[in-house]
Design a protein around this ligand. Structure first.
Ligand SMILES: NC(=O)c1ccc[n+]([C@@H]2O[C@H](COP(=O)([O-])OP(=O)(O)OC[C@H]3O[C@@H](n4cnc5c(N)ncnc54)[C@H](O)[C@@H]3O)[C@@H](O)[C@H]2O)c1
Ligand SMILES: O=C(O)C[C@@H](O)C(=O)O
Ligand SMILES: [K+]
Ligand SMILES: [Mn+2]
Length: 352
């Protein structure tokens, strides 16, 4: 029996609704597999936890996660309780950084049974490779003086190590796909970091002669996601550009509610973390209508990461069959509840 230890952080808002649903699905996956068992350790770290304890997680919180095979997270953020930069900084971004989850992979492709809002979507299949540890998300800078004299500085950090690492990852991934990498740049306006990004991209491209490349400014590339997504394969981007592109990728698939992601640790020192692209969606929390597909597809990515590719393939098939049968939440044009969608996915899984 292969025992998989999961550290589970449902977090805030709809994270608390979709994580239990995906765990229900994973238990069925284990049952069908026959030789697999998930054992979950739940951590209540969230904005509510902050209100009670004055911090998003205990001081030794990370040490509770190190032994797990993977971290399975929902969403973090409840600005009615804690400012977003405190809640995300104290939990989500802290885990990404301290566990050296330096790459964030976010697929955007058409799923059977889900209608893209694009008029002519032409079967796109994109993988966004987002730098996940530095760039625009660096907490370097500060605020001085006040009122009309206030000065605010936010620095972006781009290291040779970090940039070449994410670009190399993108090229290696492209070699397993359609062998094409698009770089998201903005070297016409951001005059230090982005020309540097372009140089590193060229250098890495030179070592991967079999991979086709192009480089697009982020504004134009954002539009290409809408006008010609079928021309994109792997898209490599800095932390902020990758964040924005992944919401566009989710939108052209049909909803932010279905997009999955993996925060990948490459050096094996710490576990990787899997979470949907979406946040805590306070506008729909508590209504039972959150789309669980993002969290369940995320579970599929986690299965792949844990070497269970066959189960991952079966799970994605079950998601697509459920969507084709019309059991969907309202964000993708259905009228089913969160748990009805999960039940249908489980039903399809059992009939595979
Ligand atoms: N990785 C994360 O944990 C993460 C990601 C994004 C935002 N956040 C946080 O979440 C909070 C809300 O942020 P936001 O509103 O910018 O983004 P959001 O992704 O939570 O919501 C954006 C819109 O998408 C809808 N939506 C999101 N997930 C859905 C789902 N599963 N099913 C159906 N509809 C869904 C919401 O109802 C909302 O209309 C903030 O505190 C933010 O900081 C966290
Ligand atoms: O990384 C962020 O900015 C948080 C959230 O928007 C995400 O995409 O995970
Ligand atoms: K999330
Ligand atoms: Mn985001």
């Amino acid at each position: 029996m292969k025992q998989i230890e999961l550290a589970v952080i449902a977090g805030d808002g709809i994270g608390k609704e979709v994580v239990p649903e995906a765990l229900r699905v994973l238990d069925v996956v284990a049952e069908i597999h026959g030789g697999l068992k998930f054992s979950s350790t739940y951590h209540p770290w969230s904005s509510e936890y902050y209100v009670q304890h004055g911090e998003m997680m205990p001081k030794d919180g990370l040490s509770h996660l190190t032994q797990s095979d993977a971290i399975f997270l929902g969403a973090v953020g409840d600005s009615s309780l804690v400012a977003d930069h405190i809640s995300l900084g104290g939990l989500l971004l802290k885990i990404r950084r301290e566990f050296e989850q330096v790459i964030n992979i976010r697929p955007a492709k058409q799923l059977k049974g889900i209608v893209s809002p694009l008029g002519n979507p032409q079967n796109f299949d994109i993988m966004i490779v987002r730098e996940n540890s530095e760039g625009e998300y660096s907490s370097i800078g500060g605020r001085v003086h006040s009122g009309e004299d206030e000065i605010v500085i936010q620095n972006a950090v781009f290291t040779k190590k970090g940039v070449s690492r994410v670009i190399n990852y993108a090229f290696e991934l492209a070699q397993k796909r359609s062998s094409h990498v698009t770089s998201a740049t903005k070297s016409n306006g951001i005059v230090h970091s982005m020309p540097f990004w372009d140089e590193v991209f060229k250098e890495v491209a030179g070592n991967h002669g079999d991979v086709q490349t192009n480089s697009e400014h982020i504004d134009a590339l954002s539009a290409f996601f809408i006008t010609k997504p079928q021309t994109l394969d792997v898209v490599v981007a800095s932390n902020l550009f990758g964040d924005i592109l992944s919401d566009i990728g989710a939108a052209i698939m049909g909803s932010i509610g279905i997009a999955p992601s993996g925060n990948i640790n490459l050096n094996g020192k710490y576990p990787s973390m899997f979470e949907p692209v979406h946040g805590s969606a306070p506008d729909i929390f508590g209504k039972g209508i959150a789309n669980p597909v993002g969290q369940i597809w995320t579970a599929k990515m986690m299965l792949d990461h844990l070497g269970e590719h066959e189960m991952g393939r079966i799970l994605l098939g079950a998601i697509e069959e459920s969507m084709q049968s019309g059991i969907k939440t309202t964000d993708i044009g259905g009228n089913s509840s969160t748990s009805e969608v999960t039940d249908e996915i489980i039903h399809k899984l059992r009939n595979k």
